[in-house]
Design a protein around this ligand. Sequence first.
Ligand code: HEC
Ligand code: HEC
Ligand code: HEC
Ligand code: HEC
Ligand code: HEC
Ligand code: HEC
Ligand code: HEC
Length: 477
Amino acid sequence: MIQAVLVFMAVPTLWAASVCQPCHPKQTEAYFRSPMGNAIGLAKVSPQTGFTHSKSKTAFSVMGQGKAVVHRIERSGLVGEYPVSYRIGSGNHAEGFLVRIGEWLFQSPVAKYKRLDLWDVAPGYEAMTHPDFNRRVSSECLACHSSGSIDNLQPISCEQCHGPAQAHLLKPGRGNIQNPVRLGVEARDAVCERCHLTGEARIGYAGGESVAVYDRPREDLRVVSHVEQLALSECARQSEGKLWCGSCHQPHGEKIDVDATCRSCHGRAEHADRKECVGCHMPKRDAVDGGHTAFTDHRIQREAAKVSAKTEARLRLWREVGDPALRERNLGLASIQVGERDGVPELINDGYRRLAAVFSRWPRDADVLSGLGMVLFLKDQKKDAVKLLEAAVQARPGDAALHEKLALVRRADANLPGAIASLERSITLDPGRESAYFFLAECQGTAAGREQVLKRLLRVFPQSLLAREALLRSARP
Ligand code: HEC
Ligand code: HEC
Ligand code: HEC
Ligand code: HEC
Ligand code: HEC
Ligand code: HEC
Ligand code: HEC
């Protein structure tokens, strides 16, 4: 039976859970009742509702049309309507929504928040003056929230925690499939870290990915930071790997009695007779990036008020990599990225020093070249920045974002035709790259030239409010 399945299906990257279900019905059914088993799916049709985002004077509405859900955006008389393809988030805290435009998925600016039973803009849109359906959903989002391909998104699969199942399916039994509880501490924790540790930056390299975190913890609580928080607790630090996510969470349903877990180690604590340890030691708090949601503080502190860990302008890698030069490369790239994002010059300088020191090892690494190039650009060393970005583009010619960066430094170096050529290349490689069109429009000398570029953008995204607003502005005398 299983053999037949193997023969008739083109070898997929991940097996569907329906393949495991006949032999593991209990685990499968419990998993699909849990929030993680429902992290993505179809949006439910609900009564028509709506809200106005006052900061941007934009009206949003949510409408059911038969079985479809449609999100509508309206600002200054311009309207866009988008059928919703997927919901993202089980709704445990919040639900986001994805719409398909052309071959791409975009996050809708509309979200639903459970605790307050409220519809509002999604996290990150609060302060925007011109929200639109233009936040593209990256493959990174989907790698944490789903399995399958962009054309057929499926829930997080069994294999995302249990590893490749091919051998197990051929010869079902123990020993040829990963069970997180039987792994060593680091490998076990890594199973959940893949998705529950965002860190400040994630740096890819041949053969892996490094997650960089601030050397000292951030004071604020973020949505995806449970791993970092737990690691800060005295409970985790002083129990030699005994305490892990699985001590309190069971992906296969049966809810764990967390207070009993606390007592299993603190049986003789002074007030071990108190009920509900969690309410006092793991209180709910707002997350800075979570919109109207509250999350559980996993730092397990004595008293919540006493924490005041200040962040420091230094990063470290969550997991060390063996090769010291590779470590410098990854830390250097992360420091530059985070330094630019958070506006921290010390981090940018630190990153530059690290990269420059190992540059000879990676003279043709597109990430290293563009990292160094962008620092020089910030330091106003335009000629050298252009050289480095040109080398980066040569090393990875198919990367639309790199071409756009090259355009940025070329324009700063007063090479407008060069900048335009880079932007055209960027758009050819990725026709859905909105930022490249707007940049290209900016590089045009005439109103007619600008309008032509905006019309090209509208052919790809006919309902774009931003493009239509820009066209109207440009038409005004
Ligand atoms: C034809 C039946 C069959 C199918 C299909 C099957 N398994 Fe199993 N699985 C078994 C058997 C038998 C065991 C051993 C159970 C035992 O010894 O208690 C097992 C054990 C496991 C274990 C525990 C391993 C351990 O060391 O603790 C995991 C995890 C597991 N399977 C996951 C999966 C996943 C994921 C799939 C789908 C990709 C799957 N199985 C498909 C029969 C199957
Ligand atoms: C590193 C993995 C990772 C990436 C990348 C990621 N997420 Fe998440 N996301 C999570 C995890 C884990 C949670 C659950 C957090 C929790 O419940 O505390 C979550 C929560 C959410 C929620 C709220 C779900 C709920 O039920 O509360 C939404 C909506 C969401 N993410 C959307 C996105 C979008 C859109 C992207 C891409 C821009 C994205 N995420 C990128 C891991 C990730
Ligand atoms: C492939 C990515 C991925 C992996 C691997 C993963 N998670 Fe999650 N997890 C998520 C996402 C996404 C959510 C948010 C689900 C939602 O929409 O509510 C989540 C939610 C959760 C939640 C909150 C909801 C609940 O079920 O109560 C817990 C707890 C959790 N995960 C624990 C774990 C543990 C423990 C592990 C490791 C054994 C793990 N996760 C591995 C992606 C992942
Ligand atoms: C988010 C991570 C995660 C996902 C996804 C996941 N599992 Fe598991 N699974 C675990 C963990 C952790 C354990 C160990 C639980 C324990 O013993 O406390 C486990 C244990 C198991 C076991 C062994 C149970 C036993 O009692 O020995 C089986 C079988 C299993 N999972 C099957 C599946 C199947 C089938 C799917 C997909 C429908 C799946 N798992 C999806 C994390 C996951
Ligand atoms: C695997 C064992 C283990 C588990 C489970 C565990 N702890 Fe701890 N915890 C420790 C150890 C070890 C320490 C450090 C020594 C001490 O203070 O007892 C500690 C310290 C603490 C402290 C003092 C923290 C500080 O900053 O001084 C508190 C409060 C605490 N635990 C509460 C809890 C609560 C509440 C739970 C359940 C949610 C829990 N612990 C679960 C092992 C554990
Ligand atoms: C000592 C117990 C304990 C440990 C260990 C633990 N958690 Fe939790 N976790 C909780 C409690 C309690 C909640 C709140 C549950 C609720 O409100 O229903 C929670 C909630 C969550 C949620 C839901 C969102 C939120 O913040 O309320 C996620 C996601 C989560 N935990 C992930 C993890 C991950 C990943 C790990 C491992 C790094 C982990 N947890 C380790 C006790 C624990
Ligand atoms: C009503 C709130 C409350 C509840 C409920 C509560 N604690 Fe505490 N706990 C505190 C406070 C406040 C402190 C710090 C003051 C102190 O040291 O007495 C503390 C201190 C601790 C410490 C560190 C004490 C030491 O001797 O170093 C541990 C361990 C602890 N609690 C575990 C637990 C466990 C386990 C539970 C559940 C059985 C629990 N607490 C329930 C409020 C609470």
